[in-house]
Design a protein around this ligand. Sequence first.
Ligand SMILES: Cc1cc2nc3c(=O)[nH]c(=O)nc-3n(C[C@H](O)[C@H](O)[C@H](O)COP(=O)(O)OP(=O)(O)OC[C@H]3O[C@@H](n4cnc5c(N)ncnc54)[C@H](O)[C@@H]3O)c2cc1C
Length: 381
Amino acid sequence: MDTDTAIIGAGVVGLAIAAELADGNGSVCVLERHKKFGQETSGRNSEVIHAGIYYPKDSLKARLCVEGKKLLYGICEENGIGFRRIGKLIVATDGDEVGRLEYLKERGNANGVDDLKLLTADEVNKLEPNIRAVAAIHSPSTGIIDTHGLMHYCASKAGERGAEFLYGSEVVGIEKIPGGYKITVRVFDNDKKEIVEYSFRTRILINCAGLDSDRVAGMAGIDTAEAGYDLRYCKGRYFSVAGGKSRLISRLVYPVPPSDTAGLGIHATLDLQGRMRLGPDSVFIDRIKDYDVDADSKTKFFESAKKFLPFLELEDLAPDTAGIRPKLTRPGGSVRDFVIKHEEDRNLPGLINLIGIESPGLTSSPAIAKHVKEIVHAIIG
Ligand SMILES: Cc1cc2nc3c(=O)[nH]c(=O)nc-3n(C[C@H](O)[C@H](O)[C@H](O)COP(=O)(O)OP(=O)(O)OC[C@H]3O[C@@H](n4cnc5c(N)ncnc54)[C@H](O)[C@@H]3O)c2cc1C
């Protein structure tokens, strides 16, 4: 089997790109090591459609988040994918944090998020009478989405347009050959109970391998340390909040983000069923061992959230899920942008790497897909 474009990874980003590219740009195949799509980070996140507030002006994160948000709302409305434009508050719990709110509002405005409003304590109280805040930013365009529904939509659309999906297929080798790449794939044959390896050729290779995207870039011969592509893993854990308390907020509630840059601070999210979760926190880990949530961390979550959710009791919290961020940013280091790069200058024409696609990767996914399509058009002429 040979193909025009091979995409490694069936997370939300690989799927969105497959749906976009399968529309008249030659043959497309998606390789995914799991038996189904969305088994890694795309199935383990907050499911928030971010407005685009936090990211440096003109960064890919800012640009693709703002564009992706608009595209996502349209895709959801037109295709019956679950979503709610629920809105969000970023709350200051003491006077010292109010300056940070003003800074965030300016940053959001610079990114084209033009509906942000600074609220006084009284105005916050009218919107959310059960939370504690001395001031807040209201972001009405923040929302929540059924991520599985979005991925199902992208996979179906790509399939209808002729893309081929190879599940249970792990890419283990990439070799540059004239006019493209030879890809070696390892498949577990359930009938014969053995591992089978085979190879095929592709003209264009798109690396959307999430937590393993640095390793995949390395397979293609890139010195990932020298390129600045080595990922660090940052675990984000969630605690669920007991049923009745979920009804005490009607929007997402975030603290002013901490300055360590790893996450947005433990916040309160609601899902489409109205269930409240606290999280994610940010814990750098050396290797991906499990997605367990240690019950001993309950007090940390409780104390963080209690500052703005005074109705919480310790016993309301129970360990929930976790996800892992593929981070280019080092602990305490300066913020790194998404890497979305055609590696022509590394003498790897036709290879497009997507590395460090952490939050807001879900929100940005339809805009990332359009951006990658432009790169592919530039390659194929
Ligand atoms: C805790 C947490 C909360 C988040 N919350 C939000 C949020 O609210 N809003 C938002 O916009 N973003 C959020 N994000 C970010 C968002 O989830 C990610 O940016 C997005 O899911 C990345 O999608 P992806 O397709 O790049 O990666 P993934 O979903 O990780 O997909 C990569 C795929 O590649 C496959 N793969 C890897 N190596 C190989 C190989 N060698 N061969 C074959 N297949 C391979 C993997 O199995 C995997 O399925 C959050 C992330 C985390 C961790």
